[in-house]
Design a protein around this ligand. Structure first.
Ligand SMILES: NC(=O)CC[C@H](N)C(=O)O
Length: 307
């Protein structure tokens, strides 16, 4: 496969969609990002990386971090007993927006899945218990997997998230009232905001997500996850990774994917490669418009999907 040629064609196809979405404006630090950006990268399972456009420009990973925090929690609790976390968070699509509160009361403080905010807060809480420092352990992991030692938190994004974080705080306090958090709410939301604020490029994310395509093997060949655990994360990404658009995304793209309101989306082709696309303009559900168009075109051109 001539990845470079495919990416060029995908980028040409996606360009007209770049200005169609709306840049996230719930915090000033994200609102400042130029809507014109577009980049896409592919990392194959052997470590070769290809990219087009703004593929080396760092952006705010936001909810893409939710896939990595789940992987880290599963990696620390495996040996056949990953049900610890699954007693506290479900694995069903929510059909509601990523920051919705409505299901939590009826479902006793157990979030539908780890990729909506409530679920990610529970996962971060678990990671905090397991590591003593959830956000730093994720940053270190991402530096190692991406091979980029310069990865860092964006302090202005993290501060801005905290300043405008009433809804996430409400989710966390509500779950705490059901006994579904182990650590104090202020510390859980702080680590969650730091994780969201990590800046990475398409290159960094495609490479760092390689273990999902390598059935759980890390970049250095050591095992992070059992093959069945990697399979499970991919399954939850497919069904829940793009929030209340996951059905539409599976229909159009047919790949496990995780999006973030920074405009990034990672997608996995198990056994082959990991992709990351970035364009800040979002649709009403918080997914990158040009990013979705690019992944749609990529799977159309290559004929690769999990189906
Ligand atoms: N969908 C997202 O990327 C949401 C992340 C964002 N920081 C929030 O918590 O609201």
């Amino acid at each position: 496969m001539d990845y470079q040629a495919v990416l060029e064609e995908v980028a040409a196809h996606a360009r007209p969609f770049v200005r169609q979405g709306r840049v996230a404006d719930y915090i000033p630090a994200l609102e400042r990002v130029s809507a014109d950006r577009f980049g896409i990268a592919v990392a194959d399972i052997h470590g070769e990386v290809y990219g087009v456009g703004d593929w080396e420009v760092p952006f705010s990973v936001q909810s893409i971090s939710k896939a990595f925090s789940l992987a880290l929690v599963m990696a620390q609790s495996h040996g056949g007993h990953d049900d610890g976390i699954w007693r506290r968070v479900g694995r069903e699509p929510s059909g509601t927006p990523f920051n919705s509160l409505v299901q939590l009361e009826a479902e006793n403080g157990i979030p539908r899945n780890p990729f909506i905010n409530a679920g990610a807060l529970v996962v971060t809480d678990r990671l905090q218990t397991l590591t003593g420092d959830a956000s730093t352990s994720m940053l270190h992991f991402l530096r190692e997997e991406s091979g980029n030692p310069d990865l860092a938190f964006d302090q202005s994004v993290a501060d801005s998230e905290a300043e405008h974080g009433d809804r996430n705080a409400a989710l966390a306090y509500f779950m705490a009232s059901f006994g579904n958090l182990e650590n104090p709410v202020p510390s859980v939301i702080e680590h969650y905001f730091w994780q969201c604020s990590i800046e990475m490029s398409c290159r960094d994310l495609a490479v760092a997500g390689g273990f999902l395509a390598r059935h759980g093997l890390r970049a250095d060949g050591s095992r992070l996850l059992e093959a069945r655990e990697a399979k499970r994360i991919n399954a939850v990404m497919l069904t829940c990774g793009t929030y209340d658009a996951a059905g539409e995304f599976a229909y159009r793209v047919g790949l496990p994917a995780k999006s973030g309101v920074g405009g990034g989306i990672i997608a996995v082709i198990p056994g082959r490669c990991t992709l990351c696309v970035w364009s800040p303009g979002l649709d009403a559900r918080g997914n990158s418009v040009a990013g979705a168009a690019a992944l749609d075109h990529f799977t159309t051109l290559t004929g690769w999907s999990v189906f």
